[in-house]
Design a protein around this ligand. Structure first.
Ligand code: GSH
Length: 211
């Protein structure tokens, strides 16, 4: 049994989507980020970083969305969230999972939470550099999808696609949203038709960027 500590539309989204794709029984605990629920002593015991998501598996809490996705893919091979170990697509799965974790995720974190570096607002030149690096990442992904799509690993949906879709959504109010790139736009259209996406919107009470 899983318990997912989540906040609507946040980094917990990809993990929530994975649980829905798998069809795994799970309990949800909403963390009110605006009210600072992530900093409560009780929550910090589960996640000392004070962030969502946290996934409790058999009573033990774990954090980091990409790590959680890798674990869920391993625990539920029948859901095919990862190509089998040793298969031809497995190296690309590692590559893109790591790319999302190391490239897009930290850039978005700085874009949305400049307080990580101290000030409430970053100097315009720094903010601009972060935006450009996010856009460079989307350009790279768009070229990849253009010649290898429709999904990140080709025909089949995997955990990489859940991450990609979540990060695309985060760009919706940025100067250049990820849907401005043609292959990414096609990809989002495809992924947002999945039942898991609609179910997640219903459960998390999301409205923006539904389709
Ligand atoms: N690398 C972490 C990032 C998690 C993260 O930044 N979560 C944000 C929500 S998107 C959060 O909890 N923010 C509240 C805070 O940092 O106070 C992951 O992917 O799990």
């Amino acid at each position: 049994m899983y318990t997912l500590y989540y906040a609507p539309g946040s980094a917990s989204m990809a993990v929530h989507l994975a649980l829905l794709e798998i069809g795994a029984p799970h309990r949800l605990e909403k963390v009110d980020l605006e009210a600072g629920g992530q900093h409560s002593a009780a929550y910090r015991k589960l996640n000392p970083r004070g962030q969502v998501p946290t996934l409790v598996i058999d009573g033990k809490p774990y954090f980091e969305s990409v790590g959680l996705l890798m674990l869920l893919a391993e625990l539920h091979p029948e859901a095919r969230l990862a190509p089998p170990v040793g298969s031809a697509l497995r190296p690309a799965w590692y590559q893109w999972m790591a790319f999302m974790a190391n490239s897009l995720a930290p850039l978005y974190r700085l874009w949305f939470m400049p307080q990580d570096l101290g000030p409430d607002e970053l100097p315009p030149a720094v903010r601009d550099a972060i935006r450009r690096k996010i856009e460079d990442s989307w350009s790279l992904v768009d070229v990849h999808l253009g010649s290898n799509g429709p999904c990140m690993l080709g025909a089949e949906v995997s955990a990489v696609d859940l991450l990609t879709l979540m990060y695309m959504r985060w760009s919706r109010n940025m100067p250049k949203p990820a849907t401005d790139w043609p292959a990414l736009k096609r990809f989002a259209g495809l992924m947002r038709r999945r039942p898991s996406w609609n179910k997640l919107y219903e459960i998390e009470g999301l409205t923006e960027w539904a389709e």
